[in-house]
Write a protein that binds this ligand. Structure first.
Ligand SMILES: [Zn+2]
Length: 115
């Protein structure tokens, strides 16, 4: 079975564990993978920052309990948070950067800001 370069598809010669025909192809392949990874990470960060911005706006209005369907939370994505505490026998507390909240019956409750 002919072995080929992962980047350009050129036939490989030499060592049996060789994956690229040249240093240039190895660098190109790794750079492309790294860029793809950065792009995915950037999308997650954008969603987290959007969630944080909405939480801050709601918090600054003095609101500590709000329906997830309220327009003030338009675009809030509950799948994204920075950490979660799951205390035994109590509701999970979600964190989005310095903000924390509990989700209950379609509402975001106990919104707090770490100082
Ligand atoms: Zn190559």
């Amino acid at each position: 079975m002919e072995r080929i370069c992962r980047e350009c598809g050129a036939p490989l010669t030499g060592r049996s564990d060789k994956k690229f025909c040249s240093d240039g192809c190895r660098t190109s392949w790794h750079n492309r993978r790294y860029c793809a990874m950065l792009s995915k990470a950037a999308a997650v960060n954008r969603t987290l920052m959007h969630n944080r911005k909405l939480l801050e706006a709601v918090y600054d209005k003095g609101i500590r309990r709000i329906s997830l369907t309220d327009g003030a939370l338009a675009g809030f994505d509950i799948r994204y948070f920075t950490s979660v505490e799951t205390p035994l026998l109590r509701s999970a507390v979600y964190h989005c950067y310095e903000f924390s909240y509990v989700l209950s019956r379609g509402k975001l409750c106990r919104l707090a800001k770490a100082t």
